[in-house]
Design a protein around this ligand. Structure first.
Ligand code: SF4
Length: 303
């Protein structure tokens, strides 16, 4: 969307916002720096980097506020589940909102007057249109808009809208061959293909994720310090095995389907991995994995 706006295909936005969890792959930060230097600054579009903590460090710090990641849980009786995700709302949406208010000129606690709002673009491609249909603005001062769904010239079934492959082809023509997907290094939503790529090509990040996986086995440090131990064990991989022993070389059925769909695009292997945008986190597709249960034991003196 930034490149399209810089070229005048989309109108020029007042600003772009990047919500940083503090734990993105190095490729994402260098891509962001390149976008800023080569696209945003020449086009006169400021990029605001906003942050609310550091998701990895907060998880392991008993004194830090930590919003739960969607970790896989293995209970003592062998049953499995997944913690309900709170990290996107905390580390991304809650970081973006104050920036939007500031840009509108009404920082908290000043109320934003009725009728004042920011049009907020979300880069869903046409193959994610169901997500756009589910997206809701839960504050009156933002109104979400999905420009990629309305672009002409796409290769999808409808006459309008770009697919993910259309976006990637367009970016390649602009010199951005390998646009990385934004997501935390240790996000439990990573696919086997993504984990394999990290293990084989980004050994430092793989070592970091493996170390975190071991460190998070008994849940968030603060919950434990506050007398809420985890019932069971937490894992980054859905197999509920330590990441460095998990069956990530298994090619899932979804991955085979993705490879077949993308066999002419030479971009197959990582295609089913989606980035974590505040409004497009993959978790929304995986809610069925989330079991409505209390995984942390209530502290005896809990109110
Ligand atoms: S990438 Fe994963 S861990 Fe990071 S904020 Fe998004 S859902 Fe949470």
């Amino acid at each position: 969307m930034l490149q399209l706006a810089a070229e005048g295909i989309l109108p020029k936005p007042d600003a772009a916002i990047f919500a940083d969890t503090g734990w993105e792959p190095a490729a994402v930060y260098s891509h962001l720096a390149r976008l800023e230097t080569e696209v945003a600054t020449p086009a006169g579009i400021p990029i605001y980097r906003v942050r609310r903590g550091h998701i990895r460090n907060d998880a392991l710090n008993p004194d830090a506020r930590f919003a739960q990641m969607p970790l896989y849980i293995l209970l003592p009786d062998g049953s499995r589940g997944m913690l309900r995700r709170a990290c996107t709302a905390e580390y991304k949406i809650a970081a973006i909102k104050p920036c939007v208010r500031r840009l509108l000129g009404f920082e908290h606690p000043s109320p934003v007057p009725d009728g004042v709002f920011a049009e907020q673009w979300v880069g869903y491609s046409i193959d994610e249109s169901s997500r756009a249909a589910r997206a809701t603005d839960n504050v009156a001062y933002t109104r979400s808009h999905f420009p990629l769904l309305f672009l002409p010239g796409g290769t999808g079934r409808s006459t309008h809208g770009w697919t993910r492959q259309d976006c990637e082809r367009y970016l390649r023509t602009k010199g951005f061959e390998n646009t990385p997907k934004s997501a935390c290094i240790g996000c439990p939503y990573h696919t086997n293909a993504y984990w394999r790529d990290m293990r084989d090509n980004r050994p430092d990040e793989w070592a970091d994720a493996v170390a975190f996986d071991y460190a998070i086995r008994h849940g968030a440090a603060r919950a434990n310090a506050n007398g809420h131990p985890l019932r069971g064990q937490a894992f980054l991989h859905r197999s509920c095995m330590p990441l460095d022993r998990a069956p990530i070389d298994h090619v899932t059925a979804a991955e085979w389907r993705s490879r077949q769909l993308d066999m002419f695009d030479a971009v197959a292997d990582l295609e089913i991995e989606r980035g974590c945008s505040p409004w497009g986190c993959r978790g929304d597709d995986d809610e069925d994995d989330t079991i409505n249960a209390t995984w942390y034991v209530e502290a005896p003196n809990a109110a």
